[in-house]
Design a protein. Structure first.
Length: 402
């Protein structure tokens, strides 16, 4: 996921060996139940639309319909954002559309085409590039980027019924298949440019690429042609099994990656465990095998115990960095509630946290800091940080209205 995630991984190395995340002493399964009426008087959909509208004013480039990576611009910015934050905008817009707002959703989804590359790295199978010149895609092609965009395409099909989105999603399946190999027992590398390179830190098989590929495949399986279903499901199961065999910790959270020498990077991010919760739910619904639901419930509880702790005076805080990652864990909890009512407790803790951010962690212009505890106004300028707020509030609104 581009240069932004490279900087995050560098930061993670520092955090892994320090206590600099603002976390206070904490014991899992302690007194962490949020008050029953958490956020009862908040209009979640209004807050989601408020931040979405600010993004349109300050980040959108009118001639292309694309967005800037940062506002204000930062050194080294390209003319248009990377695919990752753009997909964050589309994900939020999908939820706002479901909430009844007209946000020109189909135009946004159509702009995915501006990141599309017909081939790269000697591979003539098309897929999404990480960047764009405003017309066509460029940059490295990441397997997690492609999977997350694929999820958005399937979602767009559900919302609009436009079969063109499924045709494009089918091409994403082909791109992912081309990335699978037998090194380390299977699975996908992070991107197609850095496969099996010794001494290259980004040459690894990560939870993000494989977890989101699994999620995309399972969602695509629901709507694809009957002739494709067996092969798509088998692919998803291979990736899911590899993740459990290689990156699952005893606390039911997932480590970040395994490099080409077989060394595991044991740092943990909220979204990696979150997507595996969703994958367990999907596999349970497809197969009826309760073990998959058991996996999902265990990882949901494990993530809450591991990640939710006092930070900077906030008693029930999710990590105070990378809110897009936290958003994906929230989406997993929302998906789990119909099958496991306890997940509502996790969602209420999240609601308290984002509402604290709304009150205590915004700039004078109303943009959120990366750190929702309010302790550090870092990266308030990033499109990805604001997209996470839109998606979080909109997802909560949909959850509350259902």
């Amino acid at each position: 996921m581009k240069k932004l995630l490279l900087s995050l991984l560098t930061l993670s190395t520092v955090l892994f060996f320090s206590c600099g995340d603002g976390a206070e002493e904490w014991t899992p399964n302690g007194p962490q139940t949020p008050p029953p009426g958490a956020g009862a008087d908040v209009d979640y959909k209004e807050r989601a639309k408020e931040i979405f509208d600010k993004i349109q004013v300050y980040y959108k480039t009118e001639t292309t319909g694309l967005y800037k990576e940062n506002y204000p611009a930062q050194a080294g910015d390209q003319a248009y954002s990377y695919l990752w934050p753009f997909d964050g905008i589309v994900s939020g817009a999908a939820l706002l559309t479901q909430l009844g707002y007209n946000v020109n959703y189909e135009t946004l989804v159509g702009n995915f085409d501006k990141y599309w590359r017909q081939g790269a790295a000697g591979n003539n199978i098309p897929g999404f590039g990480s960047s764009t010149n405003g017309t066509t895609g460029g940059g490295t092609r990441f397997y997690d980027d492609n999977s997350i965009a694929g999820i958005s395409l399937v979602e767009a099909y559900h919302i609009t019924g436009n079969a063109a989105y499924l045709a494009k999603a089918k091409q994403v399946v082909a791109f992912l298949k081309a990335g699978e190999d037998n090194k380390l027992g299977g699975a996908l590398w992070w991107n197609e440019d850095q496969k099996d390179l010794t001494g290259v830190s980004d040459s690894n098989k990560p939870a993000c690429s494989n977890g989101y590929a699994t999620q995309f495949l399972l969602q695509y399986h629901e709507v694809c042609d009957a002739s494709e279903k067996a092969d798509v499901l088998a692919f998803a199961k291979r990736l899911y099994t590899w993740l459990r065999d290689n990156l699952l910790d005893t606390d039911n959270c997932y480590w970040n990656d395994k490099n080409n020498l077989g060394t595991v990077n044991k740092y943990k991010w909220t979204y990696n465990t979150g997507v595996m919760v969703q994958n367990g739910i999907c596999l349970y619904r497809i197969t009826g095998e309760k073990s998959y639901l058991d996996h999902a419930i265990a990882s949901a509880q494990g993530a809450y115990d591991y990640f939710v702790k006092p930070r900077n005076g906030v008693s029930l805080a999710f990590p105070d960095s990378d809110p897009w990652f936290n958003t994906k864990l929230l989406r997993a909890y929302i998906d789990l509630v119909p099958l496991h009512a306890e997940a509502d407790k996790y969602i209420r803790a999240y609601i308290n946290f984002i509402n604290h951010g709304y009150d205590k962690a915004r700039t004078d212009m109303g943009f959120f800091y990366e750190d929702w505890t309010g302790a550090d106004p870092k990266r308030y300028y990033s499109l990805l940080m604001q997209a996470a707020v839109v998606e979080s509030y909109a997802a909560i609104a949909v959850y509350k209205e259902n």
